[in-house]
Design a protein around this ligand. Structure first.
Ligand code: C2E
Ligand code: CA
Ligand code: CA
Ligand code: CA
Length: 279
């Protein structure tokens, strides 16, 4: 038993070592990817529940590692947040998403907005609002064309300051969406203090709405509460027709999910939106 215990311990440490190594190499490779700008953005359409028209896009990071293939942002975004690389990465994402939005605007899609995911670290950094403003100006965009997706974790340390920053963003016309709604600890009364425009119901609720009474009830409750607070409701991760029908019947405003379209590179988006291809 002793012998086995020691082996287990050795196995554990070498496993840990290996993980530390993998982490360090991921960090290094990510650094290279940032410097050589080999990261990409894909765009997922958001569809108006009533008209069926595409009203928005969410920009999602994609990284194709030279040896390991595609690495999920759920893996490398936390690494970047931990190492501080999220700052240059986020600056690039915002700029690149706005550049593409400019191009879409030029192709005639002036009513489509672009949603960008914002890390708390980026949000809390000095000059965040100025950077957003400068980026909008650089690309000749109105604030209303940009949406920032935040999570409630942003409010953890200094809620007052976060709320003030949100007000300054709102003053630019920028829209704010609260992402992954329902997964955290947000009490409903908390919501009315936040200067936000939208909530995005988390995929984990949407997944079960057609089969689970509780998730269906929670989702309907969230939608009706949000509407009372004059918030728009986006459902994420809509994969099936029955999910879509249920959400439609519950007066959800906007759908996003594989049922409509997966995140896609810009060139595919042009075809999806039936736009004249860019040069
Ligand atoms: P998120 O912001 O909640 O993004 C939604 C995720 O759900 C995306 O995963 C999207 O591809 C996926 N999704 C959309 N529709 C469906 C569906 O119908 N079914 C299923 N199964 N999945 C669906 P993705 O692209 O892998 O991104 C994962 C997370 O990584 C994001 O979650 C976000 O937290 C983070 N992330 C992605 N891009 C960025 C970025 O540019 N900046 C920051 N800070 N985080 C990002
Ligand atoms: Ca998001
Ligand atoms: Ca989400
Ligand atoms: Ca999520």
């Amino acid at each position: 038993a002793k012998q086995q215990g020691r082996n287990n311990f050795q196995w554990y440490t070498s496993d840990l070592n290996q993980r530390v190594c993998e982490y360090a190499s991921l960090r290094n490779d990510l650094q290279k990817a940032i410097e050589t700008q080999t990261l990409q953005l894909h765009y997922q359409p958001q569809v108006d529940a009533r008209t069926g028209r595409v009203v928005g896009l969410e920009a999602l990071l994609r990284w194709e590692h030279p040896e390991k293939g595609f690495i999920s942002p759920t893996v490398f975004v936390p690494v970047a947040e931990d190492s501080g690389q999220i700052i240059p990465l986020s600056l690039w994402v915002l700029d690149a998403a706005c550049a593409q939005l400019r191009q879409l605007s030029d192709q005639g899609t002036t009513s489509i907005s672009m949603a960008v995911n914002i890390s708390p670290m980026h949000f809390h950094r000095g000059h965040f609002v100025q950077y957003v403003q400068a980026t909008l100006e650089k690309h000749g965009l109105r604030g209303e064309q940009l949406e920032l997706e935040i999570t409630e974790s942003l409010l953890l340390n200094n809620a007052e300051q976060a709320i003030e920053t949100l007000h300054r963003l709102k003053a630019l016309g920028v829209r704010i969406a609260l992402d992954d709604f329902g997964t955290g600890f947000s009490s409903l009364s908390y919501l009315k203090r936040l200067p936000i425009d939208k909530i995005k119901i988390d995929r984990s609720f949407v997944q079960e709405i057609a089969t689970d009474h509780n998730d269906a009830a929670i989702t309907q409750g969230i939608i009706s509460m949000a509407h009372h607070l004059s918030l728009t409701v986006v459902a994420e991760g809509v994969e099936t027709e029955s999910q879509m029908e249920f959400l439609k019947g519950s007066y959800c405003d906007v759908f996003q999910g594989y049922y409509f379209a997966k995140p896609m590179p810009f060139v595919e988006l042009e075809a999806f939106l039936d736009l004249p291809a860019s040069i």
